[in-house]
Structures are given as structure tokens and as C-alpha cells.
Design a protein around this ligand. Structure first.
Ligand code: ADP
Ligand code: MG
Length: 558
């Protein structure tokens, strides 16, 4: 179809809004154009987080020489013509807004060749106006280069995060498209460094392997469900591969990468009871619906869709996942050990506390701790201790977290970090986004005592870790760290967050039996911390029931 300017009654029906927020949004629009042009190879390059340069090349249909300027007019599109088309969109783009919006905020060059034309055409735009046109050579396809994004828009530039954060967004974006289009070969280069290379052989598992690594790809379960309104397909991670963030949930509706609270809920429902709190599965789910079952025209960046029959879609996605999970033997769930087996019904300790709020000591964080005498451990979780003024219940995990956190930051500020070298280096496979996060916090990690080196293909070798870190689940701790820090801001907050994360994962868990010596030691160390009454996240480490309070509860005083 030729490029035409949409009639105003069609243009006015299009969800308007800012399309270009950040470098990744430019890349999203350019990739969608390549895919709409039936490209089978798409190469993305970015420099300086995409602010200096973005270059997207494809081997698609190309843009006809006579239509090249037209493509940069608002509402100029070859993808829809009339209102009816708007109701059953099968292309990713349809608004004719992307190229003009990009050309309004950056210098743009296009080099393109169609199969029917012997030569390629090149145009260069400044402030949306063509300033140069040449005949050049190129194989069939299109290359769009975007230089100095937002140069004349300081307010927008200011809104952008660090280069590494923008690189993280870009890496994630290209990852999502590589997962959505396994038959297309994607590559991503960031500042000259290869980040992603998907094989483009049409096999979703291979695409997952290129993005998340072969280890995860191997264990993912196939889903396939096709009775009813929607067809659902994809790969889902077994519960044991769950992650600590929602970054690993990918949904594509008619091949469009979407954010969808509905699909997240359907997935969460299907995994209910199989994952511990705070864990989220890895899923790559394609939902296929007849175009009229879907409104894709509700969000300016087309990142959200509206289903005409939400409940049906919800049910079918949940069923598809449940079926796959049911077919696979699932190892015992890693849920928290039940407290007090057999005493589950016994509620009385809570009753005391329900009437009025117990004095949570964390509210007075600077108060020092009196000398405490350990009475015992409750539910493998709380240490019961007696002080000069009543009873103390200490959360052993929160208390240990506080101790480790103080110790880690103390070592860091004294520049005396203790390191434990690993006899065997541990290999860790990272997703493109995790790799960008790792690169941005690498320097801080070194200060904390990590020694991590690249091992090719987004694999990294861990050779040393902070001595305070539990050696048991290093990969887990590091990936949780990367997941929680992804997209987060500056260096100062990193140090605190890294310390928090290490303290949290290095500390004893709820449900772990402690000897009385261990408990005394823990309490003694807690007493020496800066803020013994709150864990690094600000939760209380202990509850204090004063003697006065106890006397009142027991009716000894009025
Ligand atoms: P839309 O994608 O909504 O149609 P765009 O502004 O993104 O609007 O693109 C305008 C037109 O330019 C498209 O309709 C298409 O005809 C053409 N075009 C843009 N990029 C490419 C490409 N990589 N290959 C072929 N044609 C393209
Ligand atoms: Mg487009």
C-alpha cells in the first residue's frame, strides 16, 4: 500500500499523546516499522544511551523513492486508509506519527531501497525539514539514523536517567521484540559492544535462550491452548525458576508487546500456591485474538490494549498456564516452613496485641537497647528476652539484617571490606537488562568485595564475594540485587541498596532454630548496632511489652 495522509476523521480517532519519551521509545517505533515492512533481520545500534545516536537497519520492503518525504508528514501511513481499517489493525503501526515525531526532536537520516528500484535514496532532516537528498547504494531495506535526540529539548534531556539506565531500557525493549518475533534475527549493539543476538530461526525456545540464557530456556515449559476465543502459546518457567521482580513477565497480544494488569493477574492466579511470597514467574506468553476482539488504539505508545471479552481472555490464559504446570511434576514448593506445626489454631498471643497497638520500638530509633536476658525462641522465628522493663520479642531475621547491614557499611566506609575468594568461579547468565544493570553498578560491587568478570555471551564469572555474604546462594543473591536495582538511580542510593540486599539475603531466616548461645550472640551484636530497633528497611526488629503493660493486661493494676 502507498503512503497517504489519513483523512482528518480517521486521524482524529487516533489516541493522541507523546510517543517519544526516551531513546527506547524511538527504537520501539523504528523496530515496529521494520517488522511492518516484513524485515527478517533487524540491527539496532545505540550510543550514549541512545541520546547521541540510534541506528536501526532492516532488510524489509524499503520506502519508495517518491514517498520518502511523505513518510515524515503527520498522519502519513501506508498501513490504514479508512475507519474500518482502524477497527481491525494487523500492523504494529497505524498512526503515521512516529517518523514526524522523531524528526521533530532529533536529526534524522534515512537510507532506503525497494526491490523495484536500482538505487537507494538518502534523505537527511533537520527540525523536521529535509535538508539533503542523495542517490546512494544499499541492499534492499531501510536504515534510520537518529542523531542527538532532544538536543533542543533540555527539559526532556533532564528527564532522562543515566546512560546505563537508558541502555537497560533499550536492552529490555529489544529483548521483548526478539521474544515476540523468534523468526526475525535481532541484534543490539550498545556503544560498540554486542548485547543481543537472536538467531531468528523461528523457534521461541531459541529466542528465549538468546535472551535469558540456555539454562533457563531448557527448563521452560511449553504452553499451547486453543479452544475458545483466544489462542494462547508460549513458554513458562517452572516455579523453581521464579524471580524477585516482575521484569520477567512478557505478554504479547497479536504480537504486540503489552503491559496488561489482566494478564499479570491471570498468570499470578495460575501460579498461586506454587511460589513463595515476593517471587514472580518467568513467562513469555502470546495471546492471539481476532483483531475485532481487541482495541489497540487506547494508548499513545500502543503499550496497552483493551480486550472486548476480558473474562474470557483471563480464563484462557490462566488455563493454558495451569495445564502446562499440571503436566509437569513440580518439586515441593519452597514455601516458608509453617510456624509451630500443630499449633496453627492457637491465636491467643495475637489477642493481647489486637486491642491496642503494641508499642513498636522502631518509632524511637535512637533508643539504646537495655541488657537483655534470653528466655527462648518462639516459632523458630522470634527470640524472647527479658529486660529491666518487661518482655522483648525480637525478630531474628530483622535483627540479623540490621547487624549485617551495619557491618557491611562500616567495612565499606573504613575501606576494610573482607573478601572471600571462591575456589571455583561461579558462572552466571544474565538477561540483556540485567547485564546493563550489572555494568552500571560494577564499580560499586567491586567496592563491596565482588570480583565479577565478563565471560562472553552475557555470561559472567564470579571469582570473589564479600566475606559477609552467605556462600550458599550467590547467583540468587546477585540476580535479586540486579533485579531490584534495575532502572534505579544514582550511585549513592546504590550503595545503600546493595548493602540492604546483601544484608537481607545473608541473614538467618525465619524458621531457623537457634541455640541459646547463638541467640545471646545475636542480641549482643544487635545491642552494638547504630539502630538496634529497626531493620535496614525500617521495619521493627522487636516488640516491647512493658512491665506496666503486662500488669495492665493481667488486671494487676487498673
Ligand atoms: P506508521 O508506522 O504508523 O504508518 P510511521 O511514521 O512510523 O507511521 O511511518 C510512516 C510510513 O513510513 C509507514 O507507514 C511506512 O510506509 C513507511 N516506513 C517507515 N519505516 C519503514 C521501514 N523501516 N521500512 C519500510 N517502510 C517504512
Ligand atoms: Mg510506525
Amino acid at each position: 500500500m502507498a503512503i497517504k495522509i489519513l483523512a482528518s476523521e480517521v486521524a482524529s480517532k487516533i489516541a493522541a499523546g507523546e510517543v517519544i519519551e526516551r531513546p527506547a521509545s524511538v527504537i520501539k517505533e523504528l523496530i515496529e516499522n521494520c517488522l511492518d515492512a516484513a524485515a527478517t533481520q533487524i540491527a539496532v545500534e545505540a550510543q550514549g544511551g541512545g541520546v547521541e545516536l540510534i541506528k536501526v537497519s532492516d532488510n524489509g520492503t524499503g520506502i519508495a523513492s517518491s514517498e520518502l518525504e511523505l513518510a515524515f508528514h503527520r498522519y502519513a501511513t501506508s498501513k490504514i486508509g479508512d475507519l474500518e481499517d482502524l477497527e481491525r489493525i494487523s500492523s504494529l503501526g497505524f498512526r503515521g506519527e512516529a517518523l514526524p515525531s522523531i524528526a521533530a526532536v532529533a536529526d534524522v537520516e534515512v537510507l532506503t531501497k525497494t526491490p523495484s528500484h536500482p538505487t537507494a535514496d538518502y534523505i537527511c532532516l533537520r527540525n523536521g525539514e529535509v535538508v539533503r537528498r542523495e542517490t546512494r547504494a544499499r541492499a534492499q531495506g531501510t536504515t534510520v539514523t537518529v542523531n542527538r535526540l532532544f538536543r533542543h529539548f533540555p527539559a526532556r534531556l533532564k528527564f532522562l536517567k543515566s546512560t546505563s539506565t537508558e541502555n537497560g531500557h533499550i536492552a529490555n525493549l529489544v529483548s521483548q521484540y526478539a521474544l515476540a518475533f523468534p523468526e526475525v534475527r535481532f541484534s543490539l549493539t550498545l556503544d560498540g559492544r554486542g548485547s543481543i543476538g537472536s538467531p531468528g530461526d523461528g523457534d521461541l525456545r531459541q529466542a528465549v535462550s538468546a535472551i535469558y540464557g540456555p539454562e533457563l530456556a531448557q527448563v521452560m515449559l511449553k504452553i499451547e491452548h486453543r479452544d475458545g476465543l483466544a489462542k494462547v502459546s508460549g513458554l513458562i518457567g517452572p516455579p523453581a525458576s521464579a524471580r524477585s521482580s516482575r521484569n520477567w513477565l512478557s505478554f504479547f497480544v497479536n504480537r504486540r508487546w503489552v503491559r496488561s494488569a489482566l494478564l499479570i493477574r491471570a498468570t499470578t492466579e495460575a501460579y498461586r500456591g506454587l511460589l513463595p511470597d515476593g517471587k514472580h514467574p518467568v513467562v513469555v506468553i502470546n495471546v492471539w485474538l481476532p483483531p475485532q476482539e481487541l482495541d489497540v488504539n487506547i494508548h499513545p505508545a500502543k503499550a496497552e490494549v483493551k480486550f472486548c471479552h476480558e473474562q474470557a481472555v483471563f480464563g484462557e490464559v490462566r488455563k493454558a498456564i495451569e495445564q502446562a504446570l499440571a503436566r509437569t511434576p513440580i518439586p515441593a514448593s519452597p514455601k516458608a516452613v509453617p510456624f509451630w506445626p500443630g499449633y496453627g489454631q492457637w491465636q491467643s498471643p495475637r489477642m493481647i496485641m489486637d486491642n491496642e497497638p503494641v508499642f513498636a520500638v522502631a518509632q524511637l530509633p535512637t533508643m539504646e537497647l537495655p541488657v537483655l536476658r534470653i528466655l527462648g525462641q518462639m516459632a523458630g522465628t522470634y527470640i524472647i528476652a527479658e529486660g529491666p522493663d518487661g518482655l522483648y520479642l525480637i525478630d531474628q531475621h530483622a535483627a540479623h539484617e540490621r547487624i549485617l547491614y551495619d557491618r557491611i557499611l562500616g567495612q565499606l566506609s573504613r575501606r576494610e571490606v573482607e573478601v572471600q575468594g571462591l575456589l571455583e568461579p561461579i558462572t552466571m547468565e544474565l538477561s540483556p537488562r540485567e547485564e546493563e544493570t550489572l555494568r552500571s553498578i560494577m564499580e560499586s560491587l567491586v567496592e563491596f568485595g565482588f570480583s565479577i568478570e565478563p565471560f562472553g555471551n552475557r555470561s559472567y564469572l564470579i571469582r570473589a564475594i564479600p566475606a559477609l555474604m552467605a556462600a550458599a546462594d550467590i547467583v540468587d543473591t546477585v540476580t535479586i540485587l540486579l533485579d531490584t536495582l534495575s532502572g534505579k538511580g544514582g550511585r549513592d542510593s546504590w550503595e545503600e541498596k546493595i548493602a540492604q540486599s546483601l544484608a537481607c539475603h545473608g541473614s538467618i531466616r525465619a524458621g531457623q532454630q537457634l541455640s541459646s548461645e547463638e541467640m545471646s550472640e545475636l542480641v549482643k551484636q544487635l545491642e552494638q548496632t547504630g539502630q538496634p530497633r529497626a531493620c535496614p528497611h525500617g521495619r521493627s526488629t522487636m516488640i516491647h511489652l512493658s512491665s506496666h503493660r503486662l500488669e495492665k493486661e493481667f488486671g494487676r493494676i487498673g
